[in-house]
Design a protein around this ligand. Sequence first.
Ligand code: AHM
Ligand code: MG
Length: 317
Amino acid sequence: MRVTLEQQLAGAVDADLTAVFGAIALAAREIERKIRLAGLSDTYGAVGATNVQGEQQQKLDVFANDVMMDELGKLNCVAALVSEEDEEPVICDHPGSKYIVIFDPLDGSSNIDVNVNVGTIFSIQEFAGGDLSAAILQPGTKQVAAGYVVYGPSCVMVMTTGDGVSGFTLDDTGEFVRSSEKMMMPQQGPYYSTNEANASTWPDAYRGYLKMLLAGELNGKTYSSRYIGSLVADFHRTLLKGGVFLYPPTAKVPNGKLRLLYEANPMAMVAEQAGGAAVNGPTRIMELQPEKIHQRTPLIVGSKAEVEALQEAVAQE
Ligand code: AHM
Ligand code: MG
């Protein structure tokens, strides 16, 4: 049976949340098209500016951010939009608005120019009124929905509204059509995924953990390495095949590289809904209290067996 994203959401969540997903789907469709044809237009490369993270903004970063802002900003139910690309939240002056949408419009910037998977990551929180700035800084357990779109050989949206994980594939008519239901991550998997070039500056516990995986000491399982450098793609593989993705603290980024609100939290919600886990080392990602919108965190996410083993290794240090 052909079930679109909208059809799955209708009746399962309120009309406003369905509208938020509709806007993300529309934006994703535009971003997918721009990426697919990027080589035929002057779309690759940097714009010459740096974003709030001090990173070079790519033309496609700016395009993706504008499209997400435009589509979501049209909705009366949206109270605020928080983007990796903008220093401050965009406050939408809509009376009675109900949702805060936090996103990384185009993740995996280093892969944009080389025709390798990139993605859009999103986290949706409810806004019950009151102080909007305080409402944005909620732990991940308060997310009402989360997900990502991976622009790969297929364009796929993976999402959860807190009742399991579903995948939708963008079809030729421009609709996201359900292609996976009740997605579950294997309890232990065959891959570890990390930028091993940084391993010499990881804390000892992480180096010991990797040694343990390589020695086949976690339930006798042997591992292969897979790393793309796009969180969406590395996470998507981890979700489907199992194993672990890790971005530990390094000498260069002692608090981790990835951002809590729009990278770690949404991936953590999807992972947990699929039977996996996500920690920052000692602590569950979704229990961290954010202090700043662009806060970074170490991220270890994946199958339960690998994530729990890492948590133990860190606790013993
Ligand atoms: P970005 O938001 O600037 O694209 O950075 C985030 C990306 C993630 O997609 C990926 O997991 C990580 O950076 C890769 O970092 P590194 O190149 O240090 O391995
Ligand atoms: Mg990013």
